[in-house]
Write a protein that binds this ligand. Structure first.
Ligand SMILES: [Zn+2]
Length: 448
């Protein structure tokens, strides 16, 4: 039994206020004891100065989009819409192979670790070879991602995406385009057979995803939802990111995307809707009533000119909020979580919708729950020993009063303030540096 004791100068345990002088005991990757009011670090304990919070959960990632950073954001006139951006993303998707994906994802997950992210939910849909045929190992790409997550030391949920059709037109579903053939299994049963061969481990779980109502027909959604239900694993789907998706879905099915997913049996308390930017009042009530999660990805949604989701109305309806870095235009969950509140202020021109505690919960416990790790996102006895420690010596956070630390962190911290990161009791980032990966060098090499 390996037991290590940490003395935390200041800590936020996942609810309530910031506490000071807390002793945390970690046994075999789990928090086994918490003692408050320990004024000085006992001999043999490791000292974590600054602010320690539960590890951050990135509930929506496409690792390979890291290759798009800087290449697409600046192209104003040539890429005015989401759909123009998608064509550029497809070019990158077309260039991947298992080895390149492994190197790019390993560096990207290590960048996430250095930003304080302890759990990644990877929404993975580039399954097949460039001509659409299966690799000799049909999960070669998914397994490349699992290996990358293990290398980078992050906890991981592979959300293996069912993707069948090229789009949804007035006459029904289109055939996949040449590039989309890399994403598509022949039908939902073929998806279930392929995914059955993916093996979870102590820090890796496998969940299900439906790409969107554009790419999966209702009866196939039902097949995927049943698979997830039988295993009690998470089910994620892109939902109503663009108004065009709503219009196409209404024209083809006479119902909104949310309604189609609900009628297909996908929407329950293990379901996470990604984006949910353009939802009706009934859609909001459907998601909230089911206890579903909505994963907002504000830095991507602003980059792609998607619009601003109604985060306050989602919470009022009963939905939980999580956050994701999605297209990796930046990797910074402090930026994603404060954007929930700040974008809402811009949208309704009023302040004070989401408390700092609620915003940080979206980036921690709610993300863990959404990705099927219910025992994470807290610093309580019995919780996973995943934590993120912020320096209070940076110009952004220096001089903050303890009573304002949480708001200071949520509204001003950046990924650069992260100094130590622990996953399952192991430090994967120490003094701001990844312990196994030279992040900048490996990103440079993979992005060549
Ligand atoms: Zn996405």
């Amino acid at each position: 039994m390996t037991s290590t004791t940490y003395w935390l100068e200041h800590s936020w345990p996942g609810q309530g206020e910031v506490d000071s002088s807390v002793l945390l005991e970690v046994d075999n990757g789990v928090i086994s004891k918490v003692t408050r009011g320990v004024q000085a670090p006992p001999p043999g304990s490791k000292v974590l100065n600054g602010l320690t919070i539960p590890g951050l959960a990135n509930a929506h990632s496409h690792a390979f989009h890291r290759a798009l950073r800087g290449r697409t954001e600046g192209r104003g006139a040539s890429t005015t819409t989401f759909w123009d951006w998608r064509d550029q993303m497809y070019e990158v998707a077309g260039s991947l192979n298992p080895d390149l994906l492994h190197r790019l994802a390993r560096a990207t997950f290590a960048e996430m670790a250095q930003a304080g992210i302890t759990l990644v939910g990877e929404f993975h849909y580039v399954h097949h070879d460039v001509d659409g045929s299966e690799y000799s190992n049909p999960n070669a790409m998914g397994e490349a991602l699992l290996a990358a997550a293990r290398d980078a030391g992050v906890r991981f949920t592979l959300l293996d995406v069912c993707y069948l059709h090229g789009g949804l037109g007035p006459d029904g579903y289109d055939e996949p385009s040449p590039i989309q053939r890399r994403f598509a299994d022949s039908d939902a049963d073929a998806w279930t057979r392929r995914v059955a061969a993916l093996k979870p481990s102590e820090t890796v779980r496998v969940g299900a995803a439906v790409h969107s109502v554009r790419a999966v027909d209702p009866s196939s959604v039902t097949t995927v939802a049943r698979w997830a239900d039988q295993r009690a694993v998470p089910l994620h789907a892109h939902l109503s990111e663009q108004e065009a998706e709503n219009e196409q879905c209404l024209a083809a099915h006479g119902a909104t995307p949310t309604q189609v997913l609900f009628d297909s049996g996908a929407v329950n308390d293990r379901f996470t809707a990604v984006h949910g930017t353009h939802l009706s009042v009934i859609d909001l009530a459907t998601l909230g009533g089911a206890g579903a999660t909505v994963c907002l990805c504000p830095t991507t949604e602003r980059d792609l000119a998607d619009g601003i989701g109604q985060a306050g109305a989602m919470v009022a309806a009963g939905a939980a909020l999580a956050v994701g870095t999605d297209s990796q235009s930046v990797i910074d969950l402090f930026e994603e979580s404060r954007a929930i509140e700040l974008d809402e202020r811009l949208r309704v021109r009023q302040r004070g919708h989401h408390s700092p505690t609620a915003l940080l919960t979206a980036a921690t416990a709610a993300g863990y729950e959404s990705l099927g790790w219910g025992k994470g996102g807290n610093l309580d006895v019995g919780s996973l020993a995943d934590l993120t420690n912020l320096s209070l010596d940076s110009p952004r956070l220096a001089g903050q009063r303890v009573s304002d630390l949480l708001a200071g962190a949520v509204f001003a911290a950046t990924a650069s303030d992260v100094q130590h990161v622990m996953v399952a009791g192991e430090m994967i980032v120490s003094d701001g540096h990844h312990t196994r990966v030279d992040v900048a060098a490996e990103l440079r090499e993979a992005l060549q």
